[in-house]
Every structure is written in C-alpha cells, then in structure tokens.
Write a protein that binds this ligand. Structure first.
Ligand SMILES: [Fe+2]
Length: 198
C-alpha cells in the first residue's frame, strides 16, 4: 500500500490531528525543496485557513484537513501535478481511515482548486479558505520565500527578488475578495520593498 492508513478512530484521535501527524511523518522523509515546508508553510497555512473558515462560516474540519494535505504532491515529488496528485491521495488516505465520503469530496475539491496557476474555479467556501490561506502564507512569510530562493534554489540577489516578487503576485491574484481586504495593506508594503532599485 502506498500510503499509511492511520486508524484514527481506534486511537480515538481527532481526524485533523491524525492528518497533521501523517503530514509530519511524510515531511520528515522529504528530500526536495519542500523538506522544510511543514514548519515554514503547512503550519501557517492551517492557522490562516482555520481563521478564515471561522470568519466565512466554512466547515472547519474539512478546511483543516485540506490545508494539511494540499501540498502532499509536492512533498512526494509531483510538484507539476500536485493539485491532482493531492486530490487523489486525499481520496485514498481519507477513505482508508474511514472518513465520510461527502466530506472527502469537499476536501478533494479544496485541494484540487487551491492551485493559483491553473485557474480552477473554487466552488465552495472551503476551497476559497484553503487557496486564500496558501496565498497568505506566501505573502505574510516573505522571509521564508527568500530563504527558499537563497538557500534551496541558490539564486543570486536579483533573481531571488524576482522569484519572490512573482510568487507574491501570483498569490495575490488568486485571493478572494474577502481575503484581499484582509491582506492588501501588507501586500502593498511587501511589493514596495521588492521593487527593483534604479
Ligand atoms: Fe501551498
């Protein structure tokens, strides 16, 4: 079997907690650019996603699970198709632990639609929360993006600045109206800092 079916019911654990533990285990095995993503990206995405879910009245459990799993494809080395890989992984993993199919479908859509570069329509509040939180993580953690650019991608200063700026622009573009209102001031400040020198 290519995934570990933790029996969260037997352990009487919260399902979201079980998924978190699963992601921690998978992250420890990761050898690519996402090796530090558990702390640098997944933890903040889950935090923002839960806040947004409360604000917009989305299903908080579905949002939390999708937020933990949304980049499992990148962890496993399938970055180019990670939205599809993650959707299919969620089906196998969550049905393996006995999670209800109607909720699995909500998780799957949120994972599939989180990818900004693919213009996939977000049909649910839960999908919007995950995509918004993913973008928030990049915009609020500019320093982490520079760490990725300098340390993992070994970029020089100008290329690193360009990498970070285009990542922020793409993140900002996929925000919902609600999320844009929350982060616009911070985004504008970051973009001033990232302007090229004359
Ligand atoms: Fe992400």
């Amino acid at each position: 079997m290519w995934f570990r079916a933790d029996n969260w019911k037997e352990k009487s654990m919260n399902i979201a907690k079980a998924v978190q533990e699963h992601m921690l285990e998978e992250s420890k095995k990761c050898k690519n650019d996402y090796r530090d993503a558990y702390v640098e990206h997944f933890v903040p995405v889950v935090k923002y996603a839960k806040q947004l879910a409360k604000e917009v009245g989305a299903d908080q459990e579905v949002v939390e699970i999708a937020a933990w799993l949304h980049d499992i494809g990148s962890i496993h080395g399938y970055k180019d198709v990670h939205h599809e890989y993650g959707r299919d992984y969620a089906q196998k993993y969550l049905s393996g632990v006995g999670y209800p199919q109607d909720k699995i479908d909500m998780v799957k859509h949120a994972i599939y639609a989180h990818r900004g570069s693919k213009s996939i329509e977000r049909e649910t509040k839960e999908a919007e929360c995950v995509a918004d939180a993913d973008a928030f993580s990049h915009i609020y953690n500019v320093v982490s993006l520079f760490r990725l650019a300098f340390k993992d991608k070994q970029l020089e200063t100008d290329d690193a600045r360009e990498f970070v700026r285009s990542k922020l622009e793409r993140s900002h573009k996929k925000l919902s109206t609600h999320a844009r209102g929350i982060i616009d001031e911070y985004y504008s400040a970051a973009m001033i800092i990232l302007r090229e020198e004359d």
